[in-house]
Structures are given as C-alpha cells and as structure tokens.
Design a protein around this ligand. Structure first.
Ligand SMILES: C[S@@+](CC[C@H](N)C(=O)[O-])C[C@H]1O[C@@H](n2cnc3c(N)ncnc32)[C@H](O)[C@@H]1O
Length: 353
C-alpha cells in the first residue's frame, strides 16, 4: 500500500465529525466502515465495493447538491487525474464546509497536489498546512476561513456541451469522463475499419453492445434506430453524456446501463464494440483488459463478433486465447491494433468435448 493510501486509511479510521470522502478510481481501502463518513464517487465499481463493506456510499457524478451548506467538518479527497474535477470539488468544499471545517487533499507532486493546495487556500480562505509524506507524496489541510477569495475554474464541470463533430454527428460531453473533449483516435480507427472487419455494412443489422461507452462515440457510429443497442460504462459522467448523445440522435430506445465491465448485462449480442481502458486512476491495470475480454466472451451470442481496439502493447490476442477460438488481428498500425474475436468458448462446455 502506498503512503497516500496508508494516510487516507488512517484519516478515515479516525474521522469523528460529519465527514465527506470524495472518491474516484484511485483507492485501495483497508478500513472498516466508519458511520461518520459519507462517501460520494463517480465510479460504480468503487462505490459498490464500499457499499458491500458497509460504507454509506453514493454513486453520482459528484452531484453534491443534496448536501446542506456548511454541513461537513471534514472533507477528504485523494485528488483525481483530471483538473476540472479537482477544481470543481474544491469549489464545492467552500460551500459544504462548516466555519471550522477543513479540506484534506492528498496526492503526488506530479499530480499537481501543491498547486491544488494553494488554489484551495485562496478559495476557502483559511490556513494551509502541508505535510510531506514521502519522496513525492503530500497531504495538504486547508481550513475554511473568513478570507475566502477566488476559486479555481472548473470549466462548468456539471454542464454538457458540444465538444467535437464529424460528418455524421456532433458529440456532447463534459469534464469528468475519459478524453472528454475529443474523438479517441483508436475509436475512430475502429469505426473506419469496422465494415471490413465484419465484412458487413454499417449501420450494423443486429443487436449491439458498446462496452465502456464513454460519451457514446462507437455506438453512434455503429447502429441506427432499428437495432437493439446497449451502452455501458462505470463512470457516472460518461453515462450522462452517452444518454444525451443517443437521445439527440433519435436513439431514445437504446439502453444506457451503469455496470462494472459489463457485469450487470445479460448476454446475446451480435456485435460488441470496445475500446477498453487500461488505466485505473494513475496506474496501468492489466487486469482491466482481462475483465473486458471475459465480459465480451460472456455477452456475445454464439455467432456474434467482438471488435476491440487496443494500444499496440496490449497482448489482447494472447489474453483472448482461452476465451475465443477465432481470434484475428485485422490491423496493426504500430500504435493501435484492431482485433476481431469470434466463437466465444462457453465456460460450461470447456473440458467436456
Ligand atoms: C478508452 S475509453 C473508450 C470510450 C469510448 N468507447 C470511446 O470510444 O470514445 C474506455 C471507457 O471505459 C470506461 N471504463 C473504465 N473502467 C471501467 C469499468 N470497470 N467498467 C466499465 N467501464 C469502464 C471508461 O469510463 C471509459 O469511458
């Protein structure tokens, strides 16, 4: 366990007054549930794990509007990867902290923790105290004070807005989701080559799952309103943006489902499109690729096709070896690979032939 996690665990264990813990994907927890602590987080898997362990935890895109002003004595936050999220939560802390309350930020130097601490000091107007936890890691405690000043710009965190377009669609998005203001190059490559990967025209005629949908780019380019379409992600902001884009494209009947690597979905898809994540917070998580592959195997119909785009260094074909009998690398650009997977191996029939 790293120093930041150890310190966060200590603070969570000792919290006594009304405490808010803001959590995204960067956690490892080793503390029993503390009834003084309310948790709000934007990743479904993280929140579900905490709920299972007895924490009062709520999944949302950091929607804190139901929390009363000046309610909390302490807010704990291991800073997120994305600047607008951190800025937004510093702004929210100003409203939510009681007059003697404090915000505790934890993070590494390379993540901008010291700059965030100074910004929080200006916004909250109280005293800033910093503690070096290790070579790179810092804790900053910022009190709520009477000299509250300028707060950092969160780029209208809560608002969806048009961010990019192509010949077919205008895409709406917001800060707080992966690559929120651009079309992912890997995803664009997958869409470009999808007809040749499938040897079938697009829009695809059959049921479609967009696994890890983000703001819905793949879904919007694969299907029209005649097919069953499900889009799924674990990120609250992604789900909001995807729902908005589907509705705008007339795909109101499509389902948008919060799920951890497809775990809540039922099987039977003719096509699964996926640009899987390989980062979890600040670290690379190889296990995530495996989880997405297992989901594709479970959710694909017997004659279905899963089309993945991954960074070239991900050994997707090897990882898929135990799960599919037809694995084909359709394109390798040196940066991205397009991989087509067919004939999912049914786990029940393994070893019975
Ligand atoms: C590389 S992005 C692709 C987004 C979108 N499909 C696109 O093509 O632009 C990966 C997506 O997976 C989502 N994701 C990460 N971990 C997940 C998990 N455990 N369960 C479901 N989705 C997850 C991220 O929120 C993100 O939207």
């Amino acid at each position: 366990m790293d120093l930041l996690t150890t310190e966060l665990n200590r603070l969570l264990r000792n919290a006594t007054g009304n405490t808010l813990w803001l959590v995204d994907e960067n956690i490892q927890l080793d503390v029993p549930a503390n009834p003084s602590v309310q948790v709000v987080g934007n990743r479904l898997d993280v929140i579900e794990r905490l709920q299972q362990r007895g924490w009062q935890a709520r999944f949302s895109d950091f929607d804190l509007s139901a929390c009363a002003d000046e309610h909390f004595d302490l807010i704990l936050y291991r800073v997120s990867k994305e600047k607008p999220v951190v800025h937004f939560l510093i702004n929210e802390a100003r409203r939510l902290l009681c007059p003697d309350g404090s915000l505790v930020l934890l993070g590494d130097k390379g993540e901008g923790i010291r700059t965030y601490a100074r910004k929080a000091e200006s916004c909250l107007g109280g005293v800033r105290r910093e503690q070096k936890l290790g070579k790179e890691s810092w804790l900053a405690e910022i009190g709520a004070g009477s000299k509250a000043g300028e707060c950092p710009d969160h780029q209208r965190y809560t608002e969806l807005r048009p961010v990019c377009e192509d010949a077919q669609h205008e895409y709406w998005s917001k800060p707080g989701l992966f690559g929120w203001n651009k079309i992912d190059r890997g995803s664009a490559l997958l869409i470009e080559h999808l007809p040749s990967m499938l040897n079938a025209p697009i829009p695809f005629d059959g049921s479609v799952l967009d696994l890890g949908c983000g703001f819905g780019y793949l879904a919007l380019n694969v299907t029209n309103n005649n097919t069953r379409l499900v889009c799924s992600d674990n990120n609250a902001a992604a789900l909001t943006a995807c729902r908005y884009n589907l509705d705008k494209a007339g795909l109101e009947q499509a389902e948008v489902i919060a799920s951890n690597a497809g775990d809540r979905l039922t099987s039977g898809f003719d096509l699964i499109v996926c640009n899987p994540p390989f980062h979890s917070g600040f670290s690379v998580d190889g296990d995530l690729t495996d989880r997405f592959l297992h989901a594709a195997q479970r959710l694909l119909s017997a004659n279905g096709t899963a089309c993945f785009v991954v960074n070239q260094h991900i050994p997707l074909e090897r990882k898929a070896g135990d799960l599919f009998t037809d694995i084909h690398t359709h394109l390798d650009t040196g940066q991205f690979k397009l991989v087509r997977l067919r004939k999912p191996i049914n786990p029940q029939s393994q070893g019975c032939s």
